[in-house]
Design a protein around this ligand. Structure first.
Ligand code: ARG
Length: 465
């Protein structure tokens, strides 16, 4: 039959009737994969350059292909490109337009290549760039945390276990816990990038190609670290995308925990920090409300990234070698996971430098909850008592404090000595909040001196000092 509108000109040769209009729409990916246009063109330019180098294309054919592709990129970026669903995906849309622009030479671009290795290459190029953007946002957030931690190295707040007041910590130390989590997220992303940055191009449809291609050249032109070692694997696996989603899911989990604390801390009940108005919204019915929408949304968005991870794992499960159309379903989850993580990090990187601790409120909360009870027990251990007995003694003192409405540091020496005659005047040094935090003076401890040292290490890690 003759080629017509509904028979795809790229593969319609062996078909005797046009594809059903709904099936054409159902199988098309252009609505979402047009996002890969820049990387598709980048890959095609490298491929054409290589084909000319090995003598498959003439230099003038190469040049007209490259000029045509650059012009198409211009059309796309100017919003003048007519994306056609009947051309299925970004690859065939661009190739068809190339042939429209440069004539028959455009049809030579696909020599020695398949959409299977083309798309696998495009996604890797795209994801590599996204990882770099995401890591930059993550580092911006880390810098904000370091700056806040340094500024508030001495600010005392209650540390919690079970969300019950446990021991005093410094606000700087608490913020640096977030910094540490982000360090691991960064490591994971950079490690994942190594496996993203391998080039499947040259795998062709599945078995490689009969043309004398120079994969090493394309690899260098595209900035990949290495070529993939097996063509069947190269076109089919999406483990790198799954790995990225796993790293993204963990990072979102961290941001979600972080969000939860910001939500708690901005509540009237905690009132630990002030979040500037520009990160909050009001209520249409309750005039007094100022809601921490940004952290709430980030907390909520973590769920979709977990979902994408599970979706991609399930997408790949049981797929026989090599490429299957299932793989077209890799893009939307991957795109959304990257967008969600990038935007969440961006929101946090903007927001964190702007939070202000309510120093007095934090301090009062730390003072109220018997947070130095462990310090009193440690004091008694230093006087020679076994820790278990000390624990018991302090437990009685706390009970007395609860009944009489006094914190440990508010009791007189006589009152304290009712629980142990080992207690002397020097006890009051250990019962102060400053005494408590300063005593935890080792790597990873909450003492202000340790917070400053950790800030310094963090700056070195980020290459800032
Ligand atoms: N749009 C396709 C995808 O995203 C491109 C590869 C199509 N290959 C094929 N043999 N149908 O996976």
């Amino acid at each position: 039959m003759s080629q017509d509108q509904t028979t795809n000109q790229s593969w319609g040769g062996r078909f005797s009737e046009p594809v059903d209009a709904f099936v054409a729409r159902f199988t098309a990916s252009v609505d979402f994969d047009k996002r890969l246009y820049k990387h598709d063109i980048q890959g095609s330019i490298a491929h054409a350059t290589m084909l000319a180098k090995v003598g498959v294309l003439s230099d003038s054919e190469r040049d007209s292909i490259i000029d045509g592709l650059r012009a198409i990129q211009g059309e796309i970026e100017a919003g003048q490109f007519d994306w056609r669903v009947d051309l299925e995906d970004v690859h065939m849309n661009i190739e068809a337009r190339l042939t429209e622009r440069v004539g028959i030479t455009g049809k030579k671009l696909h020599t020695g290549r398949s959409r299977n290795d083309q798309v696998a290459t495009d996604i890797r190029l795209w994801l590599r760039e996204e990882i770099d953007i995401i890591v930059a946002e993550l580092e911006r957030l880390q810098r904000g945390l370091l700056q806040q931690a340094e500024q508030h190295a001495e600010v005392i707040m209650p540390g919690f276990t079970h969300l019950q007041t446990a021991q005093p910590v410094t606000f700087g130390h608490h913020l640096l816990a977030w910094f540490e989590m982000l360090c691991r997220d960064r490591e994971r992303l950079l490690d994942c990038r190594k496996r993203v940055n391998r080039m499947p191009l040259g795998s062709a449809a599945l078995a490689g190609t009969t043309y004398p291609i120079d994969r090493q050249l394309t690899c260098e032109l595209l900035g990949f670290d290495a070529v993939s070692g097996n063509s069947l694997d190269g076109v089919s696996d999406r483990d790198f995308a799954i790995e990225f989603c796993a790293a993204a899911a963990l990072a979102m989990m961290h941001l979600s925990r972080f969000s939860e604390e910001l939500v708690l801390w901005t509540s009237a009940q905690f009132n630990f920090i002030e979040l500037p108005d520009r990160f909050c919204t009001g209520s249409s019915i309750m005039p007094q409300k100022k809601n921490p929408d940004v952290p709430e949304l980030v907390r909520g968005k973590s769920g979709r990234v977990y979902g994408h991870l599970m979706g991609l794992l399930t997408l790949m499960k049981s797929q026989p070698l090599a490429y299957n159309k299932d793989n077209q379903e890799d893009k939307e989850p991957l795109f959304d996971a990257a967008d969600t993580l990038r935007d969440s990090l961006r929101a946090f990187a903007d927001m964190i430098p702007a939070i202000r601790p309510r120093v007095d409120v934090m301090r009062e909360a730390a003072r109220r909850g018997f947070s130095t009870a462990t310090d009193l027990a440690d004091y008694l251990v230093r006087k020679g008592l076994p820790f278990r007995d000390c624990h018991e003694i302090v437990g009685h003192a706390v009970k007395y404090g609860v009944d009489s409405g006094k914190d440990l540091a508010e009791m007189s020496l006589d009152e304290l000595r009712r629980f142990s005659d080992q207690i002397g005047q020097d006890v009051f040094e250990v019962l102060t909040l400053e005494g408590s935090v300063n005593a935890r003076d080792h790597i990873g401890g909450t003492a202000p001196a340790q917070v400053r040292a950790a800030v310094q290490r963090g700056r070195e890690l980020l290459g800032d000092s």
